[in-house]
Ligand binder design. Structure first.
Ligand code: 3HC
Ligand code: NAI
Length: 686
């Protein structure tokens, strides 16, 4: 492997260039190289100063997250940073791109920070459930003031070059030769080390105000509470003591299951981007214009996604009236954003100019990608795919947004099954980040690569899944929905069920959600598929459709969107349970939670067995971005690993026995992994 740090000495200045692709993470080798470069510069009497520069798309992306959990090897990041801070000769960081986390901590320990225009300075550790752990909580406050430093840490978002200089975090932005400018700074007399600049902390009151405003987050996110405590320590104790406090907090957080879950998510998201089994060198096709069929709930949202990404899009309906309604929906969404102040009118106009309405499928002829979002009827979709096959040019990708239906059957209606796949957006399509890219039997690698690439351009997180009823997300959700209803029959109340999931970290429970969406939607689907949900069906039959009728599982007093318990519902559930012959009992919150979540994990295991998802992490990403699974719980499969698969298997087996429901019996894969003492994380793709 190439040396991660190259040192050259030019005119008495040592220049250490970092090169540790892909992102110059501070691996053991990089730390050792940089430490040696500093020693060399310090020991060589002919060298006056050291410049640290970097090659590649980042300056330094931070600590190497993949090394967390391994025994630390010397020099540790803390040792490296302390050595830079204590250097006798000036050290200049020449930052051409992002300096994040430990990368910024390295830079803050230097004498000067000189930025290129593309530089970004940030402390994103909170997003991984951590805090800056190598002096960042002490140096950032001394450079930019304690209040601003706290803001930077808890937001986790980087500052651009100009803002970083304005904040005092860096010394200058250079439009020309960055290295040349860094060398000029290197000739300046060495300033006081940042660790000794206590006067920079700024106003204590401003900091305390900022801290007080974070009270709510601090109560649920330990890393935020620790950021506050460590920055406060900068006012209250000597630098070295505060650094020791920070170190202890960092190590504690590193071991916290919440941080482990967030780190799992970081890698799972990146891994999901790699399509399993895609031949090397597969090229996505260019998509210059798109067409969306249907301008209903989903079609309108998907159209917004294309326009927001700057891609011209034609939205197609069956008649002028439906089109007018769809265009109103699209304009209305932009209007609401302008009113909220999150979109400026000029951007709205530019986006609207990319959207064209049309009637009739022939209007899709010149599109490179068509996304079908018409009614959920297979016959209709097949007709549409056959028509699209005739009118679109060769190579146009034909995608369906179906929630449940068979993409292979749609592909079979065309003469180009290789170009057909699913692009399953989640509602509201312009907000939710998940995109299930459904690979059908004959979908070509190019079509798959195109759909995932376009997904990323639309700011989505694409996850490739296989064909089955409901794909990954909705198939697992169906298990939860089934158990939620069953729990009502067995004696749990809607508010107990909802509370179990809200306490777990979801924003809403299934019944509050059903009331919001409208109970008639599920009812219609059940009618069409011959399924039953006795409690939900009885509510619909009593004309309780949810928030829109101001009563569903809950009562919604005039003007309120928060449901209150309705004794009529309690009585109705009791009646339905008696009619179904189900005996009611008191059910504890822990059982409720396990009954809701573990059957989903079980279905996830079946999905893996069948190859519908390539890896457990993909399933986690689906749940995080499609259903707002709490990120700090890492997704259902990570959660199962964290509670232990033996426990999961035992609980499922007990539920199956108690209810007589064989679908609750542990899947083979689950049983096998548990017996071998393994977790889902031990499964490797391909
Ligand atoms: N450690 C190890 N690997 C990392 C990494 C890190 N800090 N940052 C990125 N990578 C890896 C990714 O896993 C990915 O690997 P892959 O190609 O095998 O999937 C590869 O680098 C490229 O990453 P992205 O796909 O994310 O590339 P982008 O160009 O889109 O983004 C980035 C680059 C903005 C640097 C982004 O990767 C990022 O945000 N990284 C994490 C930054 C971070 O959180 N740093 C703080 C770390 S904790 C720390 O420093 C503790 C200290 O305070 C003690
Ligand atoms: P919707 O009923 O709101 O909209 C469907 C639209 O398609 C209507 O405007 C209709 O006029 C139009 N349409 C019907 N036939 C057409 C044709 N031949 N050509 C052009 N337009 C036609 O339905 P919704 O909710 O937007 O769902 C659309 C698809 O998206 C369905 O397959 C659904 O399963 C799927 N989906 C729905 C989600 C949701 O939450 N609503 C989430 C994810 C997927």
């Amino acid at each position: 492997m190439a040396e991660p740090v190259r040192v050259e000495i030019v005119d008495g200045i040592a220049i250490a260039t970092l090169s540790n692709p892909p992102v110059n993470a501070l691996s053991a080798a990089l730390r050792a190289g940089l430490f040696a470069a500093l020693r060399q510069a310090e020991d060589d009497p002919a060298v006056r100063a050291l410049v640290i520069a970097a090659e590649g798309r980042t300056f330094i992306a931070g600590a190497d997250i993949s090394e967390f959990g391994r025994p630390p090897s010397s020099p540790t990041l803390a040792e490296l940073v302390a050595a830079l801070d204590g250097a006798a000769k000036p050290v200049v960081a020449a930052i051409q791109a992002a300096a994040l986390g430990g990368g910024l901590e390295v830079a803050m320990a230097c004498s000067w920070r000189v930025l290129g225009p593309q530089a970004k300075l940030g402390l994103p550790e909170v997003k991984l459930g951590l805090l800056p752990g190598s002096g960042g909580t002490q140096r950032a406050p001394r450079l930019m003031g304690a209040a601003a430093a706290l803001q930077l840490m808890v937001a986790g978002e980087p500052l651009d070059a100009d803002s970083a200089v304005a904040a005092g975090l860096a010394d200058t932005v250079v439009l020309g030769d960055l290295l040349q400018a860094a060398r000029q700074f290197a000739e300046r007399p060495k300033p006081k080390p940042v660790s000794a600049r206590d006067e920079g902390l700024g106003d204590r009151e401003a900091f305390e105000k900022e801290a007080a405003a974070l009270a709510k987050r601090a109560a649920t996110e330990p890393q935020v509470a620790d950021c506050i405590a460590c920055v406060r320590a900068a006012f209250e104790m000597p630098f070295a003591e505060a650094v020791a406090l920070e170190r202890a907090a960092f190590l504690r957080l590193l071991d916290d299951p919440r941080s482990k879950a967030l780190r799992h998510v970081f890698f799972a998201e990146r891994e999901a981007a790699r399509i399993a089994g895609l031949p090397r060198g597969t090229k996505p096709r260019p998509v210059a214009r798109a067409a969306v069929l249907g301008s209903g709930t989903m079609g309108a949202g998907i159209t917004l996604c294309f326009a927001n990404a700057g891609i011209p899009v034609r939205v197609i309906e069956t008649d002028e009236a439906a089109l007018a309604r769809g265009m109103d929906r699209i304009r209305g969404t932009y209007e609401a954003s302008v009113k909220r102040g999150t979109l400026d009118p000029a951007t709205r106009d530019a986006r609207l100019a990319l959207i064209e309405g049309a009637v009739g499928l022939d209007a899709a002829a010149d599109a490179d990608l068509v996304v079908e979002a018409v009614f959920e009827e297979l016959g209709l979709k097949q007709q549409i795919f056959a028509h699209l096959d005739r009118v679109t040019k060769p190579g146009t990708i034909l995608a369906s947004n179906t929630s449940y239906l068979d993409i292979d059957a749609m592909a079979a209606a065309t003469s180009r099954p290789g170009d057909v796949l699913g692009m399953h957006f989640f509602s509201p399509a312009n907000v939710m980040k998940l995109l299930e890219v459904v690979r059908a039997r004959e979908t070509s690698p190019e079509a798959l690569a195109t759909a995932t690439e376009i997904g990323r351009k639309l700011a989505k997180v694409p996850v490739v899944v296989g064909v089955c009823h409901g794909f990954v997300g909705n198939r697992m959700l169906a298990r939860r929905t089934q158990q939620a209803e069953r729990l009502l029959l067995e004696g749990a109340t809607p508010e107990q069920v909802d509370k179990a999931l809200v306490d777990f970290g979801f924003r809403m429970g299934p019944f509050a959600m059903a009331d919001l969406a409208g109970l008639d939607i599920g009812w219609r689907i059940r009618r069409a598929t011959g399924k039953r949900a006795p409690v939900a069906d009885a509510l619909v039959e009593a004309e309780r459709l949810g928030q829109k009728t101001r009563k569903g599982f809950y009562l919604y007093p005039e003007g309120s969107r928060t449901g209150v318990v309705d004794p009529e519902v309690t009585a109705l559930i009791r009646r339905v349970a008696a009619a179904e012959g189900v005996e009611q009992r008191a059910i504890g919150q822990e059982e409720i939670l396990d009954r809701l979540v573990l059957p989903m994990v079980n279905e996830g295991a079946r999905i893996l067995e069948e190859g519908i998802a390539a890896r457990p992490g993909d399933i986690d990403v689906v749940w995080l971005h499609g259903y707002n699974w709490p990120a700090w719980r890492g997704g259902p499969m990570h959660y199962a690993d964290s509670v232990g698969l033996l426990h999961v298997v035992a609980r499922l087996a007990a539920f199956a026995q108690a209810t007589g429901d064989d679908s609750l019996l542990p899947a083979d894969l689950l049983g096998r992994l548990a017996a071998e003492g393994r977790g889902f994380a031990s499964l490797k793709a391909d």
